[in-house]
Design a protein around this ligand. Structure first.
Ligand SMILES: Nc1ncnc2c1ncn2[C@@H]1O[C@H](COP(=O)(O)OP(=O)(O)OP(=O)(O)O)[C@@H](O)[C@H]1O
Ligand SMILES: [Mg+2]
Length: 429
């Protein structure tokens, strides 16, 4: 059978090296929506169809995130290319098989390293690796371990290749040293940066939102819109958060609450769902909605879909009308406005800094904010104690969710004096 695939019409020129280069490492850092994942998924399919020795190992930090990302994207690409019938897609085990030969695409998470080293191919070799969202990988040794799982003697014209795709949130990440810095970068590397301009398949609204961000959120836009390395200096929650794939059973016995921050045109409406372990001072953020342009009814529906009915909900009190509508018109129970008053924002942030935050992989907006929420600098370029008032919608929502555990006694928001005392008691001042 002959399959005709015209690459030039499939992906933009920025991605041609994926198909033409024989370099050992192909590294794509890039902005939101630059087409990295789609283009790499095209390569996954094309390499299987054109080289009978090729099997792929697709890696993410958290195995649980493959199904709706890499697996779904490769499946979509197979459909778009008109070759889906040639493949068998199974969810358990999560796997894609080229029916004619038995070549496979395997999916693994760094959270289960043993499952990575034990792969046995039936046809050909494990010689292609895609590390998706590899900014999430925190340990460089883990990458070495995965690389070592590629093995076997390839045909004469065969080659090993690894593709890395990610948003570059911080210039401190080992990926910069490993692939981008002149002195330390690996040999046989093709490393590049793509932006939304390299993707001709985005809708106007999406592009408009990204371009707005350049003005409203320059710090975050640097990474999300321009694909440049983020500067992780002066992070308000530096060292206080981690991403981890915990189960609901793990947090079953902990008190839970919801916080809401309202945005519309330029800012997302953020709903953060958290569980709090006061003894160990750990906050688990287990769910989120985070979206621009949400109408009141959609917010009410989102609270329902994320199982927030019946929980204590504390919301942005600058929007009394929305709170009244949510409770009065849409029947959302237990929703109150967040307390206000002198220094309430900075006090809330200080209090939050006494916790460690564990962020579930499905909670993406808040994690981005933790990675970009910084203190401001004064005119002498010194750090101040005041955060820049941007990138903080999920963080504000989380602060509201925490309020009942920080600054309320008998349901009442504390006075400024009481709040000051509470913070002193923590030893924070
Ligand atoms: N070559 C293409 N043909 C058709 N659709 C595409 C193509 N490239 C990208 N898209 C679509 O554009 C959107 C963004 O692409 P993609 O998810 O690959 O971007 P990304 O760089 O991985 O973004 P992120 O950094 O947010 O993960 C997706 O909906 C994808 O389906
Ligand atoms: Mg992607």
């Amino acid at each position: 059978m002959e399959i005709k695939i015209n690459l030039n019409t499939l992906v933009s020129p920025a991605y041609y090296p994926l198909f033409r280069s024989h370099d050992r490492y192909l590294v794509y850092k890039g902005s939101r929506g630059s087409g990295k994942s789609y283009a790499t998924a095209v390569k996954v399919i094309v390499d299987i169809l054109t080289h009978d020795y090729v099997n792929w190992l697709v890696i993410r930090q958290f195995f649980g995130t493959h199904k709706d990302s890499t697996f779904a994207t490769i499946k979509k690409v197979a459909h778009d290319l008109g070759v889906a019938d040639l493949f068998k897609f199974t969810v358990s085990p999560l796997e894609i098989t080229y029916k004619e030969t038995g070549q496979k695409i395997y999916f693994r998470g760094m959270d289960d390293p043993l499952k990575i080293t034990s792969i046995q191919t039936t046809q050909g070799n494990l010689c292609r690796l895609w590390l998706e969202e590899c900014y999430e990988l925190k340990r460089e040794e883990d990458v070495d371990t995965v690389e070592e799982s590629l093995r076997g003697i390839l045909p004469d014209d065969g080659f090993y290749q690894s593709v890395f795709t990610f948003n570059p949130w911080s210039d401190k990440h080992f990926l910069k040293r490993r692939f981008f810095d002149d002195k330390t970068r690996k040999k046989k590397t093709y490393a590049t940066t793509t932006t939304y301009k390299d993707n001709g398949h985005l809708n106007e609204d999406y592009i408009e939102d990204l371009e707005d961000m350049l003005i409203t959120n320059p710090n975050r836009a640097k990474v999300a819109v321009l694909g440049e390395w983020g500067i992780a200096e002066g992070l308000v929650f530096d060292g206080l958060f981690e991403q981890r794939d915990f189960s609901m059973e793990e947090i079953a016995s902990l008190p839970k609450a919801v916080g809401l921050d309202f945005g519309f045109k330029h800012d997302p409406t953020a709903g953060e769902f958290m569980a709090i372990d006061q003894q160990n001072r750990v906050v688990y953020i287990y769910d989120e909605f985070y979206q621009q342009g949400m109408l009141t009814q959609q917010i009410a529906e989102a609270i329902g879909q994320h199982k927030g009915y019946g929980m204590q909900i504390t919301a942005d009190s600058a929007e009394q009308r929305l709170i009244s509508e949510l409770s009065g018109v849409y029947g959302v129970p237990n929703i109150i406005g967040a307390g206000k008053g002198k220094d309430s924002v900075s006090q809330g942030i200080q209090y939050m800094q006494s916790y460690h935050f564990v962020v579930h992989p499905r909670v993406k907006g808040l994690l981005e904010e933790f990675n970009t929420y910084v203190y401001s600098k004064d005119k002498f370029d010194n750090w101040t104690n005041t955060p820049v008032d941007a990138n903080n919608h999920g963080i504000d929502a989380l602060r509201y969710a925490l309020e009942p555990f920080m600054f309320r006694t008998a349901g009442q928001y504390m006075s400024n004096q009481e709040r000051i005392q509470t913070i002193k008691n923590l030893g924070l001042r």
